[in-house]
Ligand binder design. Structure first.
Ligand code: SF4
Ligand code: SF4
Length: 269
């Protein structure tokens, strides 16, 4: 394990529920997910904290869901919700620390022992400083989960910053300079803000469902678009672009470049 702190609930505004299926819908906008989490939280709040009652409530929630999962092979847990009153922290409503002692996670889509011990690939693939940069730049449940689970995106952004600087881009330096950290925040926030993507396409970052509903990696069809590959393309794909023509790809690359230059400028000032 490369990362030395727990990525799921690291604090300072950051929290994640991605492996509980948080984003596993075509419409994984902040508004849609906020509404889903708020409903699940409200519904479970008054259910007696007993296995049978929670199993029944969880089943009802899954059956009444108004949208199927984007990746049918990936489970979506109805026990995910807001674990604070201000709706700023996403987490497991069945966790003993949230229920006040009783462990109700067996009522979700996995066994409690799996929930307790699971660590996603980011724990091993991100370096400690990279993960800390994501935490510092994304003090927000929606954005943090999108970025901390996308190792290719984080690495791709850092590679582009290094390319722009012509030398190393150390996360520690970015965190130490408020203007640079703010520029990194805006770069990572492209996950939410980047324009001209198809919001309801069957796409999550660089993935799309295969025939059995498993996520498979997408590629840019350069031959069809009549363009060559560019250094920004990994990040462009991670942002969920599926360019239908060269002009969309060119504009997406430029959006990424603008933010990369802003980070580099802030680091050189
Ligand atoms: S996706 Fe990773 S960081 Fe997020 S809650 Fe799951 S294990 Fe934790
Ligand atoms: S029960 Fe497990 S899968 Fe469901 S929200 Fe809790 S931790 Fe996530």
């Amino acid at each position: 394990m490369t990362v030395s702190f727990h990525l799921c609930q690291p604090g300072r505004g950051a929290s994640c529920g991605a492996c509980c299926g948080l984003y596993n819908f075509r419409d994984h906008s902040r508004a849609a997910l906020t509404q889903r989490l708020a409903e699940q939280t409200a519904q479970l709040r008054d259910v007696p904290k007993e296995m049978e009652a929670w199993r029944a409530a969880a089943k009802e929630f899954v059956e009444s869901r108004n949208e199927p999962p984007l990746f049918p092979a990936v489970r979506v847990c109805p026990l995910l919700g807001f674990i604070d009153a201000e709706q700023r922290q996403v987490g497991c409503l069945g966790h003993p620390k949230v229920t006040g002692g009783v462990d109700l996670r067996d009522c979700g889509v996995y066994r409690a022992s799996i929930c307790e011990t699971f660590t996603c690939p980011s724990f091993g693939w991100l370096e400690d400083a990279q993960a800390r940069l994501v935490q510092a730049a994304c003090p927000d449940w929606y954005l943090y989960g999108l970025v901390i689970t996308d190792v290719e995106f984080v690495r791709g952004c850092l590679r582009l910053i290094e390319r722009e600087l012509g030398g190393p881009a150390r996360p520690e330096t970015m965190m130490a300079r408020p203007a640079a950290l703010e520029a990194v925040r805006r770069l990572f926030a492209l996950k939410e803000t980047a324009a001209d993507r198809s919001p309801y396409a069957p796409i999550f970052g660089r993935f799309t469902p295969d025939t059995v509903g498993e996520p498979v990696s997408r590629m840019i069809n350069y031959a069809k678009l009549g363009v060559r590959a560019a250094p920004e393309d990994d990040v462009v794909l991670c942002l969920g672009y599926d360019p239908a023509d060269a002009s969309v790809l060119t504009a997406a690359r430029e959006r990424v470049r603008i933010h990369i230059r802003a980070v580099a400028r802030a680091l050189m000032d």
